[in-house]
Design a protein. Sequence first.
Length: 105
Amino acid sequence: AHAHRERQQAHVTVVAPEPADAVLEIELRSFPAQRRVSWLLDGRPLGVLEATADWRRYTLPLGRLRAGESTVTLGCVSPATVAGDILGNGDPRLLALAVGDWTLD
C-alpha cells in the first residue's frame, strides 16, 4: 500500500537560508481530469486545491519556513489512473499529477 500511495504524491524540496514566510508558485496538471490535491509542509496539512487537466499555476502559501530544507508534498485524494487505460497506448504507468515549473517567493 505504501508504494501505491507514493505514486499519488509529488514532493518538492525547498531550502530557506533563514526562517522566512514563503509562498510556492507551482504549475500543475492532473490526469486525466480534475483532481482534488492536498498540500502539506513537512507532513502538516495546509490546504486542498482543485487541479485541472490543463497546465495551470497555483499559489500555495506555506507560512513560516524554518532555516534549511523543508518538503512540500502534493497528494491526490483519488487513486492514480493507468495511463494506457485512457490513452489506449499500452502505457502501464500510474499517473495522477504532473508538476511543471515552480518558484519560491
